[in-house]
Design a binder for this molecule. Structure first.
Ligand code: BGC
Length: 446
């Protein structure tokens, strides 16, 4: 592996609902994911995040694993329903205590904490009041950001507002595959604007509370046409707009891309008010890039979402069936630089990883060569982007331990550490040793 720049951050990433469990402890309120998981038939095998990887109780053991791994930064998410169970009003001190204990343990281990404020666990009372379809949720989010930073910004410098607002809009409100399970198709578009407004308002609140650096994390996927027909090329452009531009242009250049392919006229989205784009485009200090795979598209005539995804033949597949295409990560990082030029802040790969079958062998070990290949290829792809002049400052592997993988329940294992969900025993996989050795070598060289 070639050397990364000195100071490059080496990390792993997790999310509260996917690892914590303890959903009814210490005053935590319900989130939309608690409610969603209770609905029959929505999550594979009826799994829920009620226990997950029991990180709420095993956080000290997990921090010890991270220290052993040698990471320099840890991206985790703060659970809004722990900190502010009703989504408004005063903080629940016990919720903040948990994240304070975690933060202090990370700092004591020499690991920089990098919290994300929203990884999809909206307090249920806010959904009952309209969720991200309601403009008021943006202000509620900023208030919650102020509570979290009010307790922690003296120790945490770098904050992430939202994780993948595209997925919230597309999977949560347009298609109904994720919580809150609404299938509004294009009626979901206001949730994009309200999340972005929430990002902008929260950025101001974080800075007021002493945060030094603020970022947003989006998921990006190079969009490739299935053929060179005009229809497939137009469909691909529409998809690219929705996934790669709608949540980035307003933040970096203060305007929405052309949404004509989605029936939005020149006047733009109805929910946008004067001044919103100035709030949303307040300067940020970094852009989080989550990358898993490219997307290949063909036209889907007479549909509100005028594209459909096509398989990408010729590449290995993860257990999820996702194609492994490291060069597409280089393409994505260099494309961002081409699109935004001087307006692009430093990039951090805030998620990248894969699910693998990962069974425990008779001797008690877990060998996951597929994950090692995936990570090796993608880290080289990040390095290629750096060589091509893109300012990438860190890499957060997804994820530390096997966890609750949303609609797939516990069926997709993404961890460097195997979790036995019956006993909660953790077994570092061979990829853990591989990443540990890589980080040690990079840190020694840097
Ligand atoms: C999400 C994670 C998720 C991962 C793998 C990302 O889109 O941020 O929460 O587990 O992808 O599906």
């Amino acid at each position: 592996m070639p050397s990364f720049p000195a100071g490059f951050r080496w990390g792993v990433a997790t999310a509260a609902y996917q690892i914590e469990g303890a959903v009814a402890e210490d005053g935590r309120g319900d989130s939309i994911w608690d409610t969603f998981c209770r609905q029959p038939g929505v999550i594979r095998d009826g799994h829920t995040g009620d226990v997950a990887a029991d990180h709420y109780h095993r956080w000290a053991q997990d921090v010890a694993l991270m220290a052993d791994l040698g990471i320099t930064a840890y991206r985790f998410s703060i659970g809004w329903p722990r900190v502010q169970p009703g989504g408004a009003g005063a903080a629940n001190p016990a919720g903040l205590d948990f994240y304070e204990r975690l933060t202090d343990a990370l700092l004591a281990a020499g690991i920089t904490p990098v919290p994300t404020l929203y990884h999809w666990d909206l307090p249920q009372p806010l959904e009952d009041a309209g969720g991200w379809l309601s403009r008021d949720t943006a202000q509620r989010f900023a208030d919650y950001a102020a509570l979290a930073a009010g307790r922690l910004a003296d120790r945490i410098g770098l904050w992430i507002t939202l994780n993948e607002p595209y997925v919230v809009t597309a999977m949560g409100y347009a298609l109904g595959i994720h919580a809150p399970g609404k299938a509004l198709m294009l009626g979901a578009l206001p949730t994009a604007h309200h999340q972005l407004l929430g990002h902008g308002l929260a950025t101001a609140a974080l800075r007021a509370a002493g945060a030094r650096e603020v970022m947003i994390t989006n998921n990006y996927s190079p969009a490739w046409p299935a053929s060179d027909s005009a229809a497939d090329v137009a469909a691909t452009r529409a998809y690219d707009t929705l996934q790669n531009r709608v949540f980035t242009d307003p933040v970096l250049v203060g305007r929405y891309p052309d949404l004509g392919a989605f029936g939005v006229g020149e006047g733009g989205l109805d929910c946008v008010r004067d001044g919103d784009l100035a709030v949303i485009s307040a300067p940020i200090d970094g852009l989080g890039v989550n990358y898993y795979m490219p997307t290949r598209l063909s036209a889907l005539p007479d549909s509100p979402l005028p594209f459909q995804m096509q398989p990408i033949p010729g590449y290995p597949l993860t257990a999820f069936g996702w194609p492994v295409v490291p060069a597409a990560l280089t393409e994505m990082l260099t494309s961002l630089k081409q699109w935004y030029g001087e307006a692009l802040p430093p990039l951090y790969v805030t998620e990248n990883g894969c699910s693998q079958p990962d069974e425990v062998a008779a001797d008690g070990t877990v060998d996951d060569p597929g994950r090692i290949d995936y990570l090796d290829g993608h880290l080289r792809a990040v390095h290629d982007a750096i060589e091509a002049g893109v300012d990438v400052r860190g890499y957060f592997e997804w994820t530390l331990t096997d966890n609750f993988e949303w609609s797939e329940g516990y069926h997709q294992r993404f961890g460097l550490v195997h979790t036995d969900f019956e006993t909660q025993r953790r077994i570092p996989k061979s990829s853990f040793a591989w990443y540990r050795d890589l980080i040690a070598a990079q840190r020694a060289a840097g």
